[in-house]
Write a protein that binds this ligand. Structure first.
Ligand code: N7H
Length: 449
């Protein structure tokens, strides 16, 4: 079993609060920062054991901490942590990730590449978050300066649990051996070292410095979503589809579901290819119980009638397309939507006026095998997944990236899977950071020591 009082709370189960602040900062005075961290901030950091304890009093605001490679160096931590992407940082990686014109589209704070660390503060309401942040900032005084902040918030009312395009999120996560107490049908079971550095299953388990045990690399991405544009595009494509058995809106809903691989309810198209069966979406005994394969005469290499090869959940977790044995490239997701719901004026004009999107967070023991692998080797690679009758399934229609150019995805049009849809992505990278979220003992030593 894992020592859960060593693992920060966001990594294995997510802080799962309706509001979460990401506060990125630059360290000016490392000596003072270390003192404040050890004495005043450390007691507020929330561990996994605290979060899963049903009888323990829960703090009003949860806190997790992580640092960039530059930040760790500033704090005198120079061990070779063996992750080239973490050491390099995300700004120099932006073009390889396929980001569209980073100097123009990244938020200036992130593009300046000055982040040394981040505070992740989560709560039911903003007031406890604001007051913990104010306390931390008063302790730290001029030893840090703000680089960027992003306020994430779950949607409310009928859309609770759904991201801004309207799809239920937070359905599929891997189960971590030594931590998970049950496994749902279709959920994958991974070794703890896929997520935690220095644990069993981390390919570098024995080469890491000992302080890296029970930490995890955090990939952060601020991903803007163009929601009215997405819906309008689906309606536009739907109107050209020759299917008199459905209204244009029903056709658009089906196209959208095929882009994700799930209906807005969360129900996978692999289980409900023609019409939504909304009861499946929230049911954890059913909602992952598929692998894109079906009994003969179904042909896994040719048949996209249940789910397109390019669908988001198929590109980033290929299941039977890779023999149901890809465990090394899995991640734990802990993101949260940001920005308000689309306003009436934006719906009216089919145009985004206010920024909204996903504050994407993933944890993995190796950035190159986790987030970055899913982005570059799967979502952005038009030939993936290989071995299909269509050799170019295309980009992931949700977050596949092609620089400033358009992306294409095949299989989405259910009346003609060979008809590639080509469009400017409805998700725009506003930048990000590669950080490291250390164990509780590593925060005290070597980081705060
Ligand atoms: Fe995705 N979306 O709302 O459309 N994602 N994602 N994602 N995503 C998933 O299964 C979405 C992004 C993964 O195990 C669902 O929980 C959006 C990035 C993985 O079957 C939905 C954005 C990366 C899974 C979305 C976005 C991933 C997954 C279905 C960007 C990694 C689990 C709900 C704005 C690099 C796959 C669920 C599995 C599921 C959406 C980004 C990865 C609805 C809007 C950048 C691993």
């Amino acid at each position: 079993f894992l020592p859960l009082d060593e693992v920060q709370g966001d990594i294995l189960i997510g802080m799962k609060k309706p509001k979460q602040l990401f506060f990125f900062y630059n360290i000016i005075d490392p000596k003072k920062f270390k003192q404040v961290l050890a004495k005043l901030i450390y007691p507020h950091i929330t561990t996994t054991s605290q979060l899963i304890c049903t009888t323990c009093p829960q703090p009003k605001a949860l806190l997790n901490v992580a640092w960039t490679s530059k930040g760790l160096n500033k704090l005198n931590v120079f061990d070779n942590n063996l992750d080239p992407f973490f050491n390099m940082g995300q700004v120099p990686d932006a073009n390889a990730l396929g980001d569209n014109n980073p100097p123009q589209n990244w938020v200036p704070g992130l593009y300046m590449d000055k982040t040394d660390g981040v505070f992740l503060i989560a709560s039911k309401d903003w007031a406890p978050i604001d007051s913990l942040l104010a306390q931390i900032l008063s302790w730290l005084g001029s030893s840090i300066v703000e680089v960027h902040r992003l306020k994430g918030a779950h949607r409310t009312g009928a859309w609770e649990g759904h991201e801004h395009f309207g799809f239920l999120d937070g359905i599929s996560q891997p189960a971590v051996a030594g931590f998970a107490t049950s496994i749902f049908p279709g959920q994958s079971l991974i070794l703890p070292g896929t997520i935690l550095t220095g644990e069993i299953g981390d390919p570098l388990e024995f080469s890491r410095p000992s302080w890296m045990k029970w930490g995890s690399f955090l990939a952060f991405r601020q991903l803007q979503q163009f929601v009215p544009e997405f819906d309008n595009y689906l309606l536009h494509e739907a109107s050209a589809i020759p299917d008199s058995s459905r209204t244009v809106q029903e056709r658009a809903d089906l196209l959208g579901a095929r882009m994700i691989g799930r209906w807005k309810s969360g129900t996978p198209t692999d289980l409900a290819p023609d019409f939504d069966i909304p009861s499946i979406g929230p049911d954890f005994n059913l909602n992952n119980n598929f692998d894109f394969n079906h009994p003969a005469p179904f042909n896994l290499a040719a048949d996209q009638s249940f789910c397109p090869f390019s669908a988001h959940i198929r590109k980033i977790r290929p299941r039977a397309d890779e023999g149901n044995n890809n465990f090394a490239n899995q991640i734990m997701r802990a993101g949260i939507p940001y920005g308000d719901d689309v306003t009436d004026v934006e719906w009216e004009h089919n145009a985004t006026k206010y920024e909204r999107g996903l504050a994407f967070v993933s944890y993995q023991s190796d950035i190159g095998s986790g987030y970055r692998f899913q982005q570059v080797a799967w979502a952005n690679d038009v030939n993936f997944v290989g071995g299909k009758i269509d050799p170019t399934p295309g980009f992931d229609p949700i977050f596949g990236q092609n620089g400033a150019g358009p992306i294409f995805s095949s299989g989405i049009d259910y009346t003609d899977p060979n008809h590639d849809l080509t469009f400017m992505s409805f998700v725009l990278s506003r930048g990000g950071e590669y950080l490291y979220s250390p164990s509780m003992s590593a925060i005290l030593n070597p980081i705060a020591a």
